[in-house]
Design a protein around this ligand. Structure first.
Ligand SMILES: [Zn+2]
Length: 172
């Protein structure tokens, strides 16, 4: 057996609980993908690692997306976190940073600083309007990101290496 990745599906909303039936149907779903789940669950979470036969080739990203989709279909309140062994979590419920395009933002317009490019998310996505917390226009931030790897050259030294291992990226 080889481990593929770990996941945690959790709810902190009273309106939803993981029951034995849900866990059983999750196991059936997992087995239909020819993989195995080793882990535990409570009313608030299902977590563990996904593994498969050494010889079996699994498209990890596809499988991660399918697991996320599986839980999202069960209930909107379920949050799913995936972590690859040794690498911090990939969160699928994050929103896209308008500067670098990685999905790093927990809540839109909440002045969160993107850990990839250091753009402060003020919710604006107009390219040529000055963003006051960032002291520049978005277009400039994007250009800086593609040139230096951060929205401002002075943040380059803090930029994480290989952000694609931690966050998914989309087109802007
Ligand atoms: Zn960013």
């Amino acid at each position: 057996m080889k481990d593929i990745f770990e996941f945690k599906a959790s709810v902190d909303n009273d309106a939803y609980r993981f029951t034995e039936e849900i866990v059983d149907s999750f196991i059936a779903f997992i087995e239909s993908k020819s993989v195995f789940w080793g882990g535990g669950y409570s009313e608030n979470y299902i977590q563990g690692s996904i593994c498969c036969d050494e010889k079996l080739y699994i498209d990890e990203e596809d499988l991660q997306n399918e697991i996320v989709a599986y839980f999202q279909k069960l209930n909107d309140n379920i949050e799913v976190e995936i972590s690859i062994f040794g690498v911090p979590k990939i969160r699928f419920d994050y929103l896209q940073c308008f500067c670098c395009g990685y999905f790093t933002i927990e809540e839109r317009g909440n002045y969160q600083i993107c850990p990839v490019c250091f753009w402060e998310d003020d919710g604006g996505r107009e390219l040529t309007k000055i963003s006051s917390p960032n002291h520049m226009i978005l277009k400039e931030g994007r250009e800086n990101f593609s040139r230096f790897g951060a929205c401002d050259e002075r943040f380059v030294k803090y930029a994480i290496k290989n952000p694609e291992d931690k966050f998914k990226k989309g087109d802007l």
